[in-house]
Design a protein around this ligand. Structure first.
Ligand code: UDP
Length: 244
């Protein structure tokens, strides 16, 4: 399956809907080919724009999806629309549904020990046919090669990595080749949501495109990070006015 890409400040977003992504993921799992997915929001785009090494990591991904309504709006404004938002947490849930239907194998890396264990239990309870073949917290020594060895031994169909943006994409880029199979995706704070430690915004807030505001109100410590949003909007507007 081949899909066009749309570049936003240098980040190549795939022009695919959520259903397209699920079909792509399923194809890759069936082929047992490794696949690296980045779910990028405006914060990630700004980080990539400002850090060439991070941009290079993102560009290694097989698919970058538009996690964040800001990215969808920016694409529209620049005259290269994307079909819809593909939120990371929603894509994770769709992957889990797929894994449940086909009894796929899931490896989980990231978050605090009690959080990742609770998230794994949530998966066992709600997706009973999923094989959770590895659970590992996200506070390890970067040079510890036993982790990637364990992942390899577990022969996962999915590797979900929740180390926060930046770190998780770098970890995936460094290790996916050593394992050589599985759909690998950075899932940010999604284990915290699965574990019930952090609540996702209510449906209405999501529909009104206010999920970012809900997150800010619930986790005010993110305020500084979220300054990336107005910077992103300003950069897009400048690009729109000035041209390329
Ligand atoms: N985390 C981790 N190891 C680290 C740093 C962070 O496992 O060295 C986890 C953290 O416990 C949390 C997630 O990564 O579960 C980051 O969540 P956040 O909502 O900040 O994700 P982001 O918005 O950065 O993608």
């Amino acid at each position: 399956m081949s899909f066009q890409t749309v570049h936003i400040l240098g980040v190549p977003f795939v022009r695919a809907t959520m259903d397209d992504m699920v079909a792509i993921v399923h194809e890759r799992v069936k082929q047992q080919k490794p696949c690296f997915i980045v779910t990028a929001n405006p914060e990630i785009v700004m980080k990539a724009k400002e850090e060439p090494t991070y941009m290079a990591t993102i560009q290694q991904a097989d698919y970058v999806v538009a996690d964040g309504i800001g990215v969808v709006k920016a694409a529209e404004l620049l005259g290269t629309p994307l079909p819809e938002r593909v939120a990371g947490y929603d894509l994770l849930c769709r992957c889990l549904q797929l894994a449940n239907e086909h009894e796929y194998r899931v490896y989980m890396i990231g978050a605090k020990e009690e959080v990742v264990q609770a998230a794994a239990q949530h998966i066992r309870n709600h997706y009973p046919n999923v094989h959770v073949v590895g659970v590992r917290n996200g506070y390890f020594d970067w040079n510890d090669k036993t982790i990637v060895e364990e992942v390899k031994q577990a022969q996962p169909d999915f590797v979900f990595v929740a180390l926060g943006m930046g770190k998780q994409e770098q970890w995936i880029a460094e290790h996916i080749g050593m394992v050589g199979r599985g759909v690998w995706m950075g899932v940010g704070g999604s284990f915290d949501v699965l574990a019930g430690v952090v609540k996702r915004a209510p449906e209405l807030w999501i529909r009104l495109h206010l999920e970012w505001l809900y997150r800010l109100l619930k986790q005010p410590t993110r305020a500084k990070r979220m300054l990336a949003l107005p910077r992103f909007a300003w950069t897009i507007l400048k690009q729109k006015v000035v041209g390329k």
